[in-house]
Structures are given as structure tokens and as C-alpha cells.
Design a protein around this ligand. Structure first.
Ligand code: F6P
Length: 365
């Protein structure tokens, strides 16, 4: 039998439902079947840079966490060790602290690291693997925009939350005969908006992959109008933008120390403002925001996260460092961490978009 190992675990990037289910699966199988021990690293990679952010993680610590949202380890999306935010006078600068992270893993006597996160966390894991760290990744995000895997956990729960929101907004839209614009997360990918838009009966679905035009939206809204009713639901991605227009950005990367990505938001208002002078119906904008990532994971996300957590231990056993677990054709398999760096976007010629169009849903193009 293989020697029991000491493994570090961290969760990085935005939280999403299922992180705790994954940690539970990993620790329980790791301890019970392999005799491994685990070190919980708090606040993502920050826990490998700053002192006193590590603690033992045993089976006892994972009791009762399966239905809980968030992550018992905490997370951070500003702690990239390759460009770590450091105070410089009154402002912020960044430094490459990746060597310090490798030394910290040695000090902690880690035989390997399990990094759970989205594209940012996994591409950092890939860079650390290239520097010689033994690391295995697990893909998570409500955006479902990682190319290496057919689905990330967190997506199913977010899709349920958005679908329920669209159902609820239907009644108000109908009662007041309003146009409801619903802004949905997903960064530069439209998966969450497309799938919940279809599940929630949206009349227009606006996604980053298909820039929209006001005239096209008006045609769809006009087609829906009857003598007595003209309410409509517009599901819009935070990353959607009008043809020839710009992304709606709340904060530029430069304003977010160590982050390197923009913070999106405001696309719903832009869309509503563009429509306002063309239609009589009242328009209201709902921004679902972080509600989409909160709360208890769906059964499907709990199962997928548990499969990921348990599968990681096969990769560790087989020495498949530098890989991440991924869902492909309903099997959980290892794929190289480099896969996580490729972006995935909605296939605008694919079945889902085609079928939605054929049912009369507008895409604003
Ligand atoms: O990647 C997940 C996500 O929720 C995106 O959909 C969204 O754009 C972003 O994170 C929001 O990040 P933050 O929680 O830092 O505002």
C-alpha cells in the first residue's frame, strides 16, 4: 500500500455552491481510504503567503458542511502569488511571491497541494506546477466557462436560482404589464443567462457572444404584444453589450489590487436606457448579483463536487500532478491543468441557441 501523504487544500476565486461538498469528499475518502492527512489553507493562495492561515483539516471538520454554501476555508480572488498586492506608499503595487509560496509548502511539509477554483486559481496552479510544485486542480464556477470540463460545479445551483428569479419576476411583469430586465452573472460567457433564460421562459436572451441591437429587441417585444398584454422578460448577461458599444464595467482591473480582471455590472441599466424612449411599457431592472452564488448547493452540484473531491485522490495516487479533474461525457477524468487556461464560450450556432430561436426567443441580433 502507498505511503499516506500530507496534502494542502485551498479554495480560491469567488465562492460557489459545492465547495464544501468537495472538501468533504476529498477529506473523507483521503483519510478513510488512503490514511492521508490534510492541511486547510485559508483564503486561497493568501494562506501560503501570509502567516497563520493554515490549520489541520480532519474528518471531524467536515461534519455537517455538505449542504452549506461558501467555503469553510475562506477564499480570495486578489491573492495571485505571481502578482501579489503589496502596499507601496499610499497606493498598491504587486510583487512576484511565487518562490515564497514554494518555500512555504516545504515548511508545511506538504507532499502536494489541491487547488479548487476557477480559471484564475487554476492557471496559478498551472504556473506553480511549472515551477515544480506538486499540485492537482478542481474546476468550480457558476460561470461554467472553463474549457477543460463539460461542467463546473456551482453552475447548476446558480441556474436554479436564476430560473426561480425569472419565474417570480414573471408574475409582477404580467400584473403591471412591464418589461423586466434581469441582469445575470457569468462574466464574458453567456451559459448562465442562456440556460436559465430558457428554463425561466425569457422572451429575449442577451449574451456576450451575440452583441445586441435595439431595433431587433423592439421587433421581438412588438411580436409579443397583444391588445391587452405586452409584458416581457429580458435576461441579460452582465457581459452583454450593444453592437458597436462597450462592456459595462463597475471597476477597472487597475482599481482592484492584484486582481487583473475587470468587475462587470450595469449591463441591465444600459439595455433599459436604450429601450426606454422606444416603448410605452414601464421598464424595471433587477440585478441578481451575489444571490446567484449563495446558499445551499443543488443535489446535482453536491454529487459533482463529491465526485471531483474523491477523484482527486486517484490522481494523487497515480502521480498525476499538474492535472485537474474534469467532467467529460459524464466521466470524471484527469486533464492537464493547461486546459484550464482556454476559455469556453456559448456556441452561437449550437442546438441550444438554434432551438431557442426556433421557439421565438430573441437574441437581439
Ligand atoms: O466568476 C464568478 C463571478 O460570480 C462572476 O459571474 C462575476 O462576474 C464575478 O464572479 C463577481 O466577482 P466578485 O464576487 O469579486 O464581485
Amino acid at each position: 500500500m502507498a505511503r499516506p501523504l500530507r496534502l494542502g487544500v485551498l479554495t480560491g476565486g469567488g465562492d460557489c455552491p459545492g465547495l464544501n461538498a468537495l472538501i468533504r469528499g476529498l477529506v473523507r475518502r483521503g483519510v478513510l481510504e488512503f490514511g492521508h492527512s490534510f492541511v486547510g489553507i485559508e483564503n486561497g493562495y493568501m494562506g501560503l503567503v501570509e502567516p497563520e492561515l493554515v490549520r489541520p483539516l480532519g474528518v471531524e471538520d467536515t461534519r455537517g458542511i455538505l449542504p452549506k454554501g461558501g467555503t469553510i476555508l475562506g477564499t480570495s480572488n486578489k491573492a495571485n502569488p505571481f502578482s501579489y498586492p503589496v502596499r507601496e506608499g499610499t497606493g498598491w503595487g504587486t510583487r512576484d511571491l511565487s518562490d515564497q509560496v514554494l518555500r512555504r509548502c516545504e515548511e508545511l511539509r506538504l507532499d502536494g497541494l489541491v487547488a479548487i477554483g476557477g480559471d484564475g486559481t487554476l492557471s496559478i496552479a498551472h504556473q506553480l506546477a511549472e515551477k515544480g510544485l506538486k499540485v492537482v486542480g478542481c474546476p468550480k464556477t457558476i460561470d461554467n466557462d472553463l474549457s477543460g470540463t463539460d461542467q463546473t460545479f456551482g453552475f447548476d445551483t446558480a441556474r436554479l436560482i436564476v430560473t426561480e428569479a425569472l419565474d417570480r419576476l414573471h408574475s409582477t411583469a404580467e400584473a403591471h404589464d412591464r418589461v423586466m430586465v434581469v441582469e445575470i452573472m457569468g462574466r464574458h460567457a453567456g451559459f448562465l443567462t442562456l440556460e436559465s433564460g430558457i428554463a425561466g421562459g425569457a422572451d429575449l436572451i442577451l449574451i456576450p457572444e451575440i452583441p445586441y441591437r435595439v431595433e431587433s429587441m423592439l421587433e421581438t417585444l412588438k411580436r409579443r404584444a397583444t391588445r391587452r398584454r405586452s409584458f416581457s422578460i429580458i435576461a441579460i448577461s452582465e457581459g452583454a453589450y450593444p453592437e458597436g458599444g462597450a462592456l459595462s464595467v463597475l471597476a477597472e482591473a487597475a482599481d482592484i489590487p492584484g486582481r487583473g480582471v475587470v468587475r462587470l455590472g450595469g449591463s441591465g441599466k444600459v439595455c433599459a436606457d436604450l429601450l426606454a424612449s422606444h416603448i410605452e411599457a414601464e421598464i424595471r431592472v433587477t440585478v441578481l448579483g451575489h444571490l446567484q452564488r449563495g446558499g445551499s448547493p443543488s443535489a446535482a452540484d453536491r454529487v459533482l463536487a463529491t465526485r471531483y473531491g474523491c477523484k482527486v485522490l486517484d490522481l494523487v495516487r497515480d502521480g498525476q500532478w499538474g492535472h485537474m479533474v474534469a467532467l467529460r461525457n459524464n466521466d470524471v477524468i484527469p486533464v492537464p491543468l493547461s486546459e484550464s487556461r482556454k476559455e469556453r464560450r456559448v456556441d452561437v450556432q449550437g442546438d441550444l441557441v438554434r432551438f431557442a430561436r426556433s421557439m421565438g426567443i430573441g437574441f437581439g441580433d
